[in-house]
Design a protein around this ligand. Sequence first.
Ligand code: MN
Length: 156
Amino acid sequence: MNGMIKTLLLSFMVITACKEPAAPTVANGIFPKGEAGPAANFTGKAWNTGLVAADSTYSTLVGNVYFEPGARSNWHIHPAGQILIITDGVGYHQLEGQPRQTIRKGDVVKCPPNILHWHGASADTGMQQMYIVPNVEKGIVDWKEPVTDSVYNNKN
Ligand code: MN
């Protein structure tokens, strides 16, 4: 009887261990966390840290943003476009008039010049992205209206 109880207990422990995968972790420690983006331009918390300041040699702006779950940018354009390199987590990216896309660690996203778009975390998992804005003499970003819950949740 004792042996059976031990076997049952062990089985339970093994099953329990297998059914509880580690919570998804989103690296937020590669770069400094930075500053929270202004509420006027973001829904939820998005933390930005600059990595390369644009200057006359590079004319390129590089930085890192960590979006907490549910957080996203407003709709916006980049006059010279933008490249996003997703370094952790799961998020969404949407160009105006096109379906929302799910983006994950390792994805590279191009936002063409002057195309209205938004990006952010998924509802359940944060998303970390490195952004590269080239040719900043053309402009960096032009902020528009917030992304509604309906658009964010892909229900339109
Ligand atoms: Mn953008």
